[in-house]
Design a binder for this molecule. Structure first.
Ligand code: G1P
Length: 271
């Protein structure tokens, strides 16, 4: 059963500077709602009961967003504004299921995940990268369905333009299970065009096994000097652990870049 989700939020967000010099990118509004709330709603709808936020001292603003009860109570007492009451109730609902853990020195996604090692209860958990919004369909829910059927790890996949493969984790595919799901043969973090085994990229939704922590503990730095989850997944695949690549149905919005962030508000408006 997948009951826990983890979300790495300690990244510096340099691709969104100057906004991120004073603000957390995950709180930036997309059509009036902070990006992170779309991810929280996706988790809750998928049956997730606990969400672990990996933040840093520099990104304490994220914790403050969910822990501002005194402020809300004061305002609500003065102004009986229905909208504010509704928003406060929503934030209280999120707060109940969020736990925090710190990664003060962002060394990559793999290192972030390792910080949650002692908090993971079941054999599998969900990991979501907050820059990657998927709208119009609940990708996590569909992945949990596949996990329940196949009892293995699952990673979200989409086709990307060949000339952008060096921006993603790229799949090498094994046999197809059905039209939208295949076994992953290998996975390479940000390959150059010449070495890329395909143009199918990892998008930030992963159902990972608890076993991954055994690999992350001594995972060496990879591309760009960061500790990548991709490299530990690769090790598990080489040892015979099954990973399914899932071509998800919804629309992917890359909110980690300024262009993508701007476009995402427009796309959400169209729904
Ligand atoms: C990360 C992962 C990469 C994945 C991408 C999806 O890269 O390392 O494998 O394809 O997210 O957004 P980042 O965006 O941190 O450079």
């Amino acid at each position: 059963m997948i009951r826990q989700a983890i979300i790495p939020l300690a990244g510096l967000g340099t691709r969104l500077l100057p906004l991120t010099s004073v603000f957390a990118k995950e709180l930036l509004p997309i059509n009036g709602k902070p990006g992170i709330e779309y991810i929280l709603d996706e988790c809750i709808e998928s049956g997730i009961k606990e969400i672990i936020f990996i933040i840093s001292k520099k990104k304490k603003i994220i914790k403050r967003y969910f822990y501002n009860d005194k402020f809300y109570k004061k305002i609500i007492k003065r102004k009986k504004d229905k909208r504010i009451i509704k928003e406060y109730n929503k934030i209280k609902k999120y707060k109940k299921i969020i736990r925090f853990v710190y990664q003060n020195n962002p060394k990559g996604t793999g290192d972030a995940i390792l910080k949650t090692k002692n908090m993971i209860k079941n054999n599998y958990f969900l990991m979501i990268l907050p820059d990657d919004l998927i709208i119009k369909s609940n990708c996590s829910k569909d992945m949990i369905y596949i996990h329940n059927k196949k009892k293995c790890s699952v990673i979200a996949s989409t086709k990307v333009k060949r000339n952008t493969v060096d921006r993603w984790g790229i799949f090498s595919k094994g046999p197809y299970i059905n039209k939208n799901n295949f076994y992953v043969k290998d996975l390479v973090e940000k390959p150059n065009i010449k070495n890329a085994p395909s143009n199918c990229a990892v998008i930030g939704r992963y159902i990972l096994p608890k076993k991954i922590f055994g690999k992350l503990v001594d995972q060496k730095k990879g591309k760009g000097g960061e500790i990548h989850i991709t490299d530990s997944i690769r090790k598990l695949i080489k040892e015979g652990h099954k990973f399914v690549g899932h071509n998800f149905k919804g629309k992917y919005l890359d909110c980690g870049t300024m262009n993508g962030y701007i476009k995402s508000s427009m796309e959400i408006l169209k729904i």
